[in-house]
Write a protein that binds this ligand. Structure first.
Ligand SMILES: [Zn+2]
Ligand SMILES: [Zn+2]
Length: 751
């Protein structure tokens, strides 16, 4: 998926300015070779498609409902059709600017609201002068530049202004960054940087137009813009009000849902007064489905039966969301704030059943936890789509498989029985002992989760419901963005605190993190026990920070109960702090797969083409690490055929491959100052001992895997190197002295 940059100009702008702008844009994109080919530049001059201007007779024939009040009359007596041409946006922005003449910011924002769900960055050159500035750039939306004070003698200056405004578009200078001055917007105070508050003083070509800080800030922003933004966020809860300049942005939603209602025989009604898009689709049986959107890419669905009782919307409405996303060139779905398992499952099903399947940015693991409280019919359909392609897709066979109920749970319980007998005889190998413990934990977690759901009535996030019941505090989002720390996402930590910053402990931890400038979030949505997430970065920093948290607040933070998400999947840094390593943006799987706690697999490619898993599976089978006859569907991703022991082994080898890859390319950033201790903490009892000849097989697979990644996915390797190179460690000297250290002689030793 590419991001479009559209270049336009007002009627009458000398074409040389377009050429200069293109030159400057090219030079700018050359500064970011890693992103350059993700942009597509479209120069369309004075954009004036057929039908964007009408004559008096056509205008007279309009009724008010046709947005007649938005037409702009030209001196020629003709009219500009709303939202249809470059010149209309310019004239309309002038009207909205009222006494201020021509407000560049209003213009850029209005233009960005164009009915174009591709959300291009739009760069516009105008002849008319803006108030108080030559140009204005808005983050991720575009810029407007007035050419009227430039001529041939000022070509370099003009190009520098273009780059400066692009700097704003790419978010070089954000509030809170260091070396920033608030002067006509945020500007940079580093010498010889084009983001100077008075770029007009820089009128010559610069070899290195931006300082390192500006470059880094732009990189970060581009990474996010290009990788995350192009997805549709789907929620089951109501949305905050939007702040668009006008309501034209609703058009694609209105068109899509009127058409859809029509196709499906539903009645369409819209609340046009609301700031958000709000539509209701009513079925003949009296049930309604509500669609709310605060932008084209943030939608919430809800439904009620004919008596007004809430229900999960029908599957067709989820299928429609995928269609809507496709129609508007979005390449993925993001599971937003979703309150019920069935809602989440139906959204996942809609994505899997689309042709081709729709990617889910934060794809959950399709395990027993995911399917808890999901209708049998929905589950069966999801499992039908997640059968590996080499399986017989025959419908009858699938039905037979599903009559076997939950093979994973049955096989797990059998493992417990078998190994407990061996345990009594004192015959467990270290591997079996570890596997037995994990099986027991998994079983206990499931049973306790069920009890917590019964107690609280909340089937996705019972832990948060308990916090709320105990403290009276409803969950509330809070996000602190680090100002100075770079590449601080790989190791992240979780705390089972009350997900609301009004809780004194949550607040105290958060304040300490802010002193250290450590990014973190307090999160209300479906996190079951992960009230706070802390984005740390390196392993050493994660270790030190966990120690400080435990030391200062440990007595007020609960140990996460066994039914929370982190238990059994994350590594415990101490009693209250758990964590995982996940390289967001480089590798897809953000969940550690049991067996080895805390290491997310280095899998790449989406669910439907997880090449890394198939590769490792084939190797493990070949080396007899997995028993002969093992089927891929018994090992990963898919729920219908999972076999507890085979999956346990597969997860072990998969985690070991990731471990060796991270060890090689992330080094101490990944495993700290004592790599041997780290490895033994993570893998003892799971991987054969170093003295065991079997170990060579594991190492050989890990080496092959690394070569495979280097060949198939070189960005994975280069990305890891740049994470390490750009990392800013936590400055612990900013902390006040710790209180009396009650854990100093404690038992929580760490590698
Ligand atoms: Zn500026
Ligand atoms: Zn700068």
């Amino acid at each position: 998926m590419v991001k479009k940059i559209i270049l336009e100009n007002q009627t009458g702008v000398d074409p040389k300015f377009n050429l200069w702008t293109q030159e400057a844009l090219d030079e700018m994109l050359n500064l970011f070779p890693e992103f350059k080919d993700k942009f597509e530049v479209v120069a369309r001059g004075n954009y004036k498609p057929q039908g964007s201007e009408i004559d008096q007779a056509a205008f007279d024939a309009l009724t008010l409902g046709d947005e007649k009040d938005l037409y702009v009359r030209l001196p020629s007596g003709r009219y500009l059709v709303p939202y249809a041409s470059t010149d209309w946006y310019i004239e309309r922005a002038k009207m909205l600017s009222e006494n201020n003449g021509f407000d560049a910011e209003i213009f850029v924002k209005l233009h960005a609201d164009a009915n174009d769900a591709e959300k291009p960055i739009t760069l516009t050159l105008v002849n008319d002068g803006f108030d108080n500035c030559a140009g204005y750039g808005v983050q991720n939306l575009g810029f407007g530049i007035s050419v009227r004070n430039f001529d041939d003698s000022k070509k370099e200056l003009f190009k520098n202004i273009v780059k400066h405004e692009l700097g704003h578009v790419f978010r070089a200078t954000y509030r809170g960054r260091s070396n920033i001055i608030e002067q006509g917007g945020q500007h940079c105070t580093n010498v010889d940087c084009l983001m100077d508050a008075a770029p007009i003083g820089i009128n010559h070509f610069l070899d290195k137009p931006f300082c390192d800080e500006c470059m880094e800030a732009m990189r970060e922003n581009l990474q996010q813009l290009l990788e995350d933004e192009n997805s549709l966020s789907v929620n089951s809860t109501s949305l905050d009000d939007t702040n668009h300049v006008d309501s034209s942005w609703k058009k694609p939603l209105r068109e899509f849902y009127t058409q859809t209602a029509n196709d499906r025989g539903l009645q369409y009604a819209e609340n046009e007064e609301a700031k958000n898009f709000q539509a209701q689709l009513k079925a003949n049986d009296g049930s309604v489905t509500n669609v709310e959107a605060s932008s084209l890419d943030n939608i919430s669905l809800s439904a009620a039966d004919k008596n007004g009782n809430n229900q999960v919307p029908n599957q067709e409405h989820f299928d429609d969301l995928v269609k809507y996303a496709r129609k508007n060139n979005m390449s993925a779905i993001k599971l937003g704030d979703i309150k019920t398992p069935e809602f989440r499952a139906r959204m996942v099903l809609a994505c899997l059943s689309a042709n081709p399947p729709m990617k889910i940015v934060n794809m959950p693991e399709l395990n027993e936890g995911f399917f808890k409280d999901v209708d049998a019919a929905t589950r069966q359909k999801i499992e039908a789509f997640t059968q590996p392609q080499n399986q017989n897709q025959n419908q009858n066979q699938n039905q037979n498989q599903n009559q076997n109920a939950k093979p994973y749970i049955i096989s797990r319980n059998k493992t417990i029985v078998r190994l407990e007998q061996k345990e009594k005889l004192g015959q467990l190998s270290p591997f079996e002992e570890k596997m037995l413990n994990y099986a027991r934990l998994d079983k206990k977690s499931e049973e306790e989760f069920e009890r917590a759901v019964q107690r609280t009535g909340d089937s996705i996030d019972p832990r948060t419901a308990e916090h709320t019941a105990r403290t009276g505090l409803k969950p509330e989002d809070y996000y602190y963005k680090s100002k100075s720390r770079k590449n601080a996402a790989a190791w992240k930590l979780h705390l089972d605190v009350v997900p609301n910053r009004n809780d004194p402990t949550t607040k105290a931890v958060s304040e300490m993190l802010e002193k250290l400038d450590v990014e973190h979030k307090v999160y209300k949505g479906g996190e079951n026990g992960k009230g706070m997430t802390i984005y740390v970065g390196s392993y050493e920093d994660a270790r030190k920070l966990s120690r400080e948290i435990n030391l200062r607040f440990g007595q007020n933070i609960p140990k996460p109960p066994v039914y929370t998400d982190q238990v059994g999947s994350e590594t415990m840094f101490n009693r209250v702090v758990s964590g995982r390593i996940y390289l967001q943006g480089l590798f897809e799987t953000q969940y550690p797969h049991g067996t080895v706690e805390g290491i997310c697999p280095a899998s790449f490619g989406s669910l439907s083409d997880a090449k890394s898993e198939s590769f490792i599976f084939a190797q493990a089978l070949n080396e007899n690490i997995l028993p002969a006859g093992t089927n891929a569907s018994q090992c990963f991703g898919l729920s219908g055929n999972l076999d507890f022991e085979k999956k346990y082994i597969f997860n072990a080898i998969e985690a070991y491959c990731a471990h060796k890859l991270y060890e090689k390319h992330l080094g101490a950033y990944y495993n700290g100052r004592k790599p041997d201790l780290f490895e033994s903490k993570m893998f003892d009892g799971i991987v054969p001992d170093a003295s065991d000849p079997q170990r060579a097989k594991w190492d050989a697979i890990a080496t092959k895997f690394e070569n495979f990644v280097a060949q198939e996915y070189p960005r994975g390797i280069s990305g890891m190197k740049s994470i390490v190179a750009g990392y800013t460690p936590i400055d612990f000297s900013k902390l006040p002295p710790a209180p009396q250290n009650q854990y100093q002689h404690g038992r929580q030793r760490q590698p």
